[in-house]
Design a protein around this ligand. Structure first.
Ligand SMILES: Cc1cc2nc3c(=O)[nH]c(=O)nc-3n(C[C@H](O)[C@H](O)[C@H](O)COP(=O)(O)O)c2cc1C
Length: 167
């Protein structure tokens, strides 16, 4: 009789998390004069007083090594339609910014047309399994009135309110 192995906990976990709709950002920092960025969906607001944000970065991430060294990072919250940037910055390599317009703000790389921008100082780097959680103190914040890019079931999308009510 054929036996089917039960799916592993890791597979079940991945499956559950793929059903969680997340925002998408490009976290950036500087490597000397060179900008570097990485696509991140594991980020969230942490504190209002003082304003703080968290981002979970893979231990093997080049960006993490650079954030450790630089002590600062920018968080570019992507807008609906910016999925090509999300895909580009999910690659490896030192040339991810090649051909991408950007400017320096608070000494950090900022992408144009993003839905939100945060300039952060690293408060602490906390171990979290195979990731490291960067806790950032927010030095500057700006929102643009555009729809956000979202990620759900391995596809990019955006948010659609189901009612006109706000809470
Ligand atoms: C939609 C999406 C979300 C991602 N979220 C994260 C994340 O939260 N943290 C992380 O470390 N990597 C995340 N990644 C993977 C990184 O972008 C990818 O590993 C990247 O190549 C790392 O580049 P680096 O080594 O230059 O930092 C995500 C990728 C995609 C496509």
């Amino acid at each position: 009789m054929e036996t089917v192995s039960p799916p592993s906990l890791a597979d079940d976990f991945r499956d559950v998390m793929s059903g969680v709709c997340t925002p998408v950002a490009v976290v950036t920092t500087m490597d000397g004069d060179r900008p570097h960025g990485t696509t991140v969906s594991a980020f969230a607001s942490l504190s209002l007083e003082p304003p703080m944000v968290l981002a979970a970065l893979d231990r093997r991430s080049e960006l993490l090594a650079l954030v450790r060294a630089h002590g600062r990072f920018g968080l570019n919250v992507l807008a609906s339609g910016q999925q090509a940037l999300a895909t580009r910055f999910a690659r490896k390599g030192a040339d991810k910014f090649q051909g991408v317009p950007w400017r320096t703000e608070h000494g950090l790389p900022r992408l144009p047309g993003v839905a939100g921008w945060l300039a952060c100082r690293v408060h602490r780097l906390v171990d979290g399994g195979d990731h490291v959680i960067a806790l950032g103190l927010v030095d500057a914040a700006q929102r643009l009135a555009v729809s956000p890019l979202t990620y759900h079931a391995r596809a990019f999308g955006t948010h659609l309110p189901v009612t006109g009510e706000r809470c």
